[in-house]
Design a protein around this ligand. Structure first.
Ligand code: ADP
Ligand code: MG
Length: 261
């Protein structure tokens, strides 16, 4: 949760003193299947509080499914996930999703609502917050992501990068302990990617625990505390960016890096 949420950071998050107290995740032996298709096969991974984990791997390797298990958009078949030591499988999904936020490739904003209303709706509907307070929090979070001047715009009047910032503000507004990002820059025009990546790097600096599925290898190298390489439903390799990118061990990771770098 935000522990020093200044009411009015008008200059965007880089200028503020916002700090987060991220939570930890302990994923053990996670299995997940869609019908007969085994998609996660014994995934184990630790994510320390306040760290950034980047997940890389070929298409279809189970990256999105892993993220979805972490806030129970899908239910694992076996295994467990502890959030700050507490199993997420026994939590109410709605409560879990307040603690573990998610941002998607397609921002999923309501087109008929302004940026402010989009963030407010999450607060009033999911958190049950009174409208006036929701408005104050939504204004603060939008200011944090650098959108103070644009909060009364509808999504269509915002760039893709700005829309993704609204989605990030909406996730932050829930005061989560962990935020999951699934290829959040993949649908953006190239010139808009950097701003969103910089914002994510900044959130990491401020102590948010983040699990980020990304194709941006430069970002992963620079920002990640650990990089996870997945293939065919398994974690094949985990390590520091230097270990993963400069000294890959497995043939599959070497092949993958040869293709993407
Ligand atoms: P990634 O994000 O690494 O590309 P996914 O987790 O999306 O991988 O998918 C892993 C595997 O599960 C793929 O084979 C994909 O086709 C399959 N899959 C993903 N979502 C579904 C679904 N809703 N129903 C059936 N199969 C799915
Ligand atoms: Mg995916």
């Amino acid at each position: 949760p935000a522990i020093d949420a200044k009411p009015s950071l008008q200059k965007g998050i880089a200028a503020g003193s916002l700090r987060f107290k991220g939570g930890s995740l302990a994923i053990s032996d996670l299995d997940m299947a869609y019908g007969d298709l085994d998609v996660l096969k014994g995934v184990s991974l630790n994510v320390n509080a306040g760290t950034v984990t980047c997940v890389i791997g070929p298409s279809g390797s189970g990256k999105s499914t892993l993220l979805k298990c972490l806030n129970r958009l899908v239910e694992p078949k076996a295994g467990d996930v502890l959030l700050d030591g507490e199993s997420i499988l026994t939590m109410k999904p709605e409560k879990l999703r307040r603690r573990v936020g998610m941002v998607f490739q397609h921002f999923n904003l309501f087109p008929d609502h302004t940026a402010l209303e989009n963030v407010m709706l999450a607060l009033t509907k999911i958190k049950g917050m009174a409208k006036r307070e929701a408005e104050r929090v939504a204004e603060d979070r939008l200011a944090d992501v650098g959108l103070a001047a644009r909060m009364h715009h509808r999504p269509a009047r915002l760039s893709g990068g700005q829309q993704q910032r609204v989605a990030i503000a909406r996730a932050l507004a829930m005061d989560p302990e962990v935020i999951l990002f699934d290829e959040v820059t993949s649908a953006l025009d190239p010139e808009l990617v950097k701003g969103v990546l910089d914002l994510m790097a900044d959130l990491g600096q401020r102590g948010m625990t983040m699990v980020i599925v990304t194709h941006e290898m430069g970002f992963a190298r620079k920002v990640a505390d650990q990089v996870v390489f997945m293939d065919e439903g398994r974690v094949v390799e985990v390590g520091t960016p230097t270990a993963i990118f400069d000294a890959p061990q497995s043939p599959r990771l070497k092949r993958f890096l040869a293709e993407v770098l």
